[in-house]
Ligand binder design. Sequence first.
Ligand SMILES: Nc1ncnc2c1ncn2[C@@H]1O[C@H](COP(=O)(O)OP(=O)(O)OP(=O)(O)O)[C@@H](O)[C@H]1O
Ligand SMILES: [Mg+2]
Length: 357
Amino acid sequence: MQINSVRLNNFRNYGQAKIDFAGGLNFIVGKNAQGKTNLLESIYISSIGKSPRTRKDKQIIKFGESKAKIDLDFSTLAGKKNLQIYLDNLNKKSIKINGLNVLKLTELVGTLSVVYFSPDELKLIKEVPEDRRTFLDISISQFDKNYLYNLLKYDKILRQRNTILKSAESYASKVEQLKLFTPQLIDTAEKIILKRIEFVKNLNPIAKEIHKAITLDENLEIEYSYKPKDKPIKEDLTEQFEKIINKEIELGYTCLGPHRDDLEFKINGLDCKNFASQGQQRTVALVIKLSLMEVVKNEIGEYPILLLDDVLSELDLPRQNRLLEFTTKYQTLITCTNLPETSLPYNEIKIENGSVL
Ligand SMILES: Nc1ncnc2c1ncn2[C@@H]1O[C@H](COP(=O)(O)OP(=O)(O)OP(=O)(O)O)[C@@H](O)[C@H]1O
Ligand SMILES: [Mg+2]
């Protein structure tokens, strides 16, 4: 996939701007606070309908204005496409693909595939399990709509099940109602877990190889917390739920299932979260995103677009160079305050105060 141009209208610090991109490596260069991250944000929103930075669309609209628009032209193997996102200060969003209205966000997901990395993505390694589940869910949803529908279904059943667990009803009544909801939950849980296991299985060897190429001597391993047993997942979860029913009723929420699962990253056998250096953690987070590019390509038949915010300043020169070599295979948009030294071909986009120079 390749983005050809983005037109922004009252988006963050942009008034009216048109930004053209080339294939391969694009450096988005400018001083601090000029609009480099804002530009990547507009592309990310076009991909999944949400900002990586805020849930409030109002914050995205240029100060003093009431509406914003992103208008993006891109090419895929299936031909040229256009995406338009309209935002207003009442938090109402409308989306058009090739001029046709999109009624649900789920329809948008997968249209424009991007993989995004910013320094904030270190949370993938350092922060809470929820951040790692979000990574799994957004990644898999980009190429598997059924997975996304199962997530939404699971979330609905989970909320219903929690309402029962939390209610003031009698123990017997709760047990009776759970007989209906627990099998439904397990049914969807199994589909989600199986997909996540498959995704990690595909990601693992690619990540190992890319990580070795960038670090030269480290061995990366990714593990999903649910470990397959010698019985089907459904059977295993049913047994586990039976064992914890009293605990769940006492606590008032669902204690088991993919909404509690996690990912673990290990370098040379040591857990990254607790033992890796800052630079090692950063490298792992980046390697995961580079590997995701390959996994998505294997799934959809073409590379997504790689968006890298502020990544170069954080890496030493040899790692920078080895990283840049990877990114020439696909369209990559990298923000930086200074052009890096590289012998690779690139396109430069200069940004100053919400305008392209
Ligand atoms: N809704 C908005 N309206 C107008 N300006 C905004 C809005 N939201 C953010 N800004 C401004 O956009 C400017 C540029 O932000 P951006 O994060 O894109 O900078 P940057 O070029 O990535 O800088 P850095 O190199 O420091 O990361 C900031 O100064 C911010 O105040
Ligand atoms: Mg920035």
